[in-house]
Design a protein around this ligand. Structure first.
Ligand code: B12
Ligand code: SF4
Ligand code: SF4
Length: 374
């Protein structure tokens, strides 16, 4: 006897047989999802057996680095019905984020004195945007039929790419992200776990073929084999997830990327078909698409909190923000404003910041004593 009774069971007990036309309901859910701003909606079952093996191997190899939360929930991450008892289906949704009117990505990447921030983080924190929309959709479903549904996006222990792939939202690229022929990969994923036996969609065919552009371009060779990523080497991990000191040997490879990295997506030929977002929330804020490293490094803590409140970047905190900019300044051409900014930072109260500033000054051939290596 299970410890839970799902709403599907209650309906069955009340009516003897389920009366609902689930095909029609699935079609309505997809239409509601699109009306709420999602570009695609699909449905899958909850079986992730092969993915679970890969996930456990990835964890056993320590490829998650310091992301302890990845190991915390064990196999639950790959077992939706254990995470939320009663779950029969997962509704996956994707939403485009590439902002309109952002400064040309290649120009910013190529100018070492300017900051490169991943396209997904130039506007409002997507967790808030997606969660709000998913909740709206869940409410709409509940108002139509008695059911239990729970929404997730990114932060929860869910294998989102794998579920979205099963739900026909795209295929997993060799860089490990999901992509589609119509929209490339510049989108976020979210899910609704539901206890209704909705009809499932068929997975899409993989269209990577012999291409390996994402693997070839990766500055740190973090994509160790097709579909496998060693997070410890990924610049996204180093600048966002890693809290302490960035490994010295990887710092020069980070270039001017101060928050996340988009190189594997920029190299992908399918992103030629990507469409920009129409969400005002993802529009660029505070000129973050085109700003000098030295200018950002000069922000005091109050400015950091003021300008980045509501942005995903805010989550890393001021100290880590300065750490990242210090590394980028170390990789920047040795202009006067770069050196002046670094010299000002060499007195910073945080040991973490001072250590990265000292490394940066050394890169610009500052004598060890003057660079004040801690
Ligand atoms: C942890 C995490 C990271 C980590 C690790 C990424 C990774 N690939 O594992 C770091 C910090 C590096 C990261 C970076 C980024 N992330 Co991230 N991340 C996540 C998170 C929270 C979990 C991913 C996960 O479970 N990883 C564990 C690994 C084992 O799982 P997996 O990637 O699914 O691995 C599968 C395959 O590799 C395969 N596999 C493994 N071994 C083998 C071996 C063989 C032989 C084969 C065939 C397959 C195979 O099976 C595995 C299990 O399914 C998800 C959200 C979520 N809850 O799912 C977002 C998520 C994947 N990230 C996202 C984004 C946008 C990014 C960045 C682009 C951000 C940026 N611009 O900096 C980068 C991209 C880097 C990259 N190339 O992946 C989006 C991706 C959207 C999309 N289009 O797919 C997600 C879905 C968040 C969201 N809700 O939108 N991320
Ligand atoms: S995000 Fe950057 S560092 Fe990470 S895998 Fe892609 S190209 Fe490599
Ligand atoms: S760059 Fe090539 S290999 Fe990588 S995801 Fe895109 S199509 Fe696939």
């Amino acid at each position: 006897m299970p410890a839970y009774i799902t709403s599907a069971m209650i309906r069955f007990m009340q009516n003897g047989t389920p009366q609902t036309d689930y095909d029609a309901l699935a079609a309505r859910i997809k239409a509601w999802g699109r009306a709420l701003g999602f570009q695609a909606v699909g449905i899958s079952d909850t079986h992730l057996d092969i993915a679970e093996k890969h996930l456990l191997q990835w964890l056993a190899d320590d490829q998650h680095g310091a992301m302890d939360y990845m190991a915390k929930h064990g196999a639950k991450r790959a077992r939706p019905a254990e995470l939320v008892p009663g779950t029969l289906r997962v509704i996956s949704l994707r939403m485009n984020y590439y902002p309109q009117h952002a400064k040309d990505t290649y120009e910013v990447s190529a100018d070492g004195s300017r900051a490169f921030i991943s396209r997904y983080a130039l506007g409002r924190d997507y967790h808030k945007v997606l969660r709000h929309r998913l909740e709206k959709l869940a409410q709409q479903i509940r108002s139509e039929i008695a059911c239990q549904c729970r929404v997730f996006t990114d932060s929860a222990p869910v294998l989102e790419v794998e579920l979205a792939q099963k739900a026909h939202l795209g295929w997993r690229g060799k860089h490990t992200l999901l992509l589609s022929r119509e929209q490339g990969s510049w989108f976020f994923l979210g899910e609704i776990f539901i206890d209704l036996p909705l009809p499932v969609d068929a997975p899409q065919e993989n269209h990577c073929g012999t291409c390996s552009a994402c693997m070839d371009i990766c500055p740190t060779q973090a994509i160790t084999a097709p579909y496998q990523l060693d997070a410890r080497r990924c610049i996204s991990y180093l600048t966002i997830e890693l809290k302490g000191s960035i490994p010295v040997e990887l710092r020069p490879l980070i270039g001017n990327r101060i928050y996340g990295c988009d190189d594997c997506q920029l190299a992908c030929p399918w992103n030629r078909f990507a469409q920009q977002t129409i969400e005002p929330d993802f529009a660029v804020r505070h000129g973050l698409d085109d700003v000098a490293l030295a200018e950002l490094f000069a922000w005091d803590e109050a400015t950091f909190h003021h300008k980045l409140a509501g942005s995903a970047i805010h989550r890393i905190g001021y100290e880590q923000w300065l750490r990242n900019i210090a590394v980028a300044l170390g990789n920047a051409p040795a202009a006067k404003q770069v050196l002046t900014a670094l010299q000002a930072g060499s007195q910073h109260p945080s040991l973490l910041v001072r250590e990265h500033v000292a490394w940066a000054l050394q890169r610009h051939s500052y004598p060890r004593k003057q660079a004040q290596i801690p």
